[in-house]
Every structure is written in structure tokens, then in C-alpha cells.
Design a protein around this ligand. Structure first.
Ligand code: 5GP
Ligand code: ZN
Length: 118
């Protein structure tokens, strides 16, 4: 069973922020912003490559409710999902990073010079 499935079944403890029938939101153990929450489907889905439209549709109101609860909806935030090796996905259970609480930086996504690719 994967790490996030163990968090869902309570085998590994987590600091939960919001939960419904289909999703769980909990604080990232190694926060990269003042607010850093992980949103995961309760059903094991490996990555964004495998998620269906229905699950994505239900993720939307869940994340909107979460950011209101965290009071970052007006100040702004970022939703990211990493996919596969190049995307930097370490845990192979779909998750959305919700980052906020201060002005987030943008860029430095690759070690190679992007201009060299055009
Ligand atoms: P990824 O790199 O796969 O997109 O993100 C995985 C995230 O899971 C990382 O930000 C990492 O800090 C977080 N993480 C890894 N293990 C645990 C854990 O046991 N508990 C919590 N709350 N977060 C974790
Ligand atoms: Zn899993």
C-alpha cells in the first residue's frame, strides 16, 4: 500500500485540514510555503494521467472550500500537481499541492536553459 493510502486509512498520522467522502486535505510534512496542503483522492490513483473527469470535477469545489477555510482564497495561492519523473512526482498517488500564505516565487523550473529548446 502506498504512503498516501496509509495516511487515508490512518496507519500513518497526518495533520488533517478538510475531508469529505472522496478527498482528504492535510498539511505537507515539509512545507514549501507558509500554507502547504496536500489534497488527495481517497481512492488510489497514480497520477493526473489516470484521473477521470468526474473526480477532477469534484476536486474543484473541495479545493475551493479548502482555500476559503484557510483564508487564502482572496490573497491568492497556487495549485500544482507533479506528474512522473520530469514532473518531480515522488509519491505515486495523485496529489494537489495547495501553496499560499505569502507571495510565491515563479520560475527556476529546469536546470537546462529553456531558450535552447526553441
Ligand atoms: P511530490 O514530490 O510527489 O509532488 O510531493 C510529495 C509531497 O509529500 C512532498 O511535498 C513531501 O513533503 C510530502 N510528504 C512525503 N511524505 C509525507 C508524509 O509522511 N506526511 C506528509 N504530511 N507529507 C509527506
Ligand atoms: Zn495510494
Amino acid at each position: 500500500m502506498c504512503l498516501f493510502c496509509k495516511i487515508i486509512n490512518g496507519e500513518i498520522p497526518s495533520n488533517k485540514e478538510l475531508e469529505d467522502d472522496n478527498f482528504l486535505a492535510f498539511h505537507d510534512i515539509n512545507p514549501k510555503a507558509p500554507v502547504h496542503i496536500l489534497v488527495i483522492p481517497k481512492k488510489h490513483i497514480e497520477s493526473f494521467n489516470d484521473v477521470n473527469a468526474k473526480t477532477m470535477a469534484s476536486a474543484t469545489p473541495f479545493i475551493q472550500k479548502l482555500v476559503k477555510k484557510l483564508n487564502i482564497d482572496k490573497s491568492g495561492y497556487r495549485v500544482i500537481t507533479n506528474i512522473g519523473d520530469n514532473g518531480g512526482q515522488e509519491v505515486k498517488h495523485l496529489h494537489f499541492h495547495v501553496l499560499g500564505g505569502s507571495k510565491l516565487k515563479w520560475g527556476h523550473f529546469t536546470d537546462s536553459d529553456p531558450k535552447g529548446s526553441f
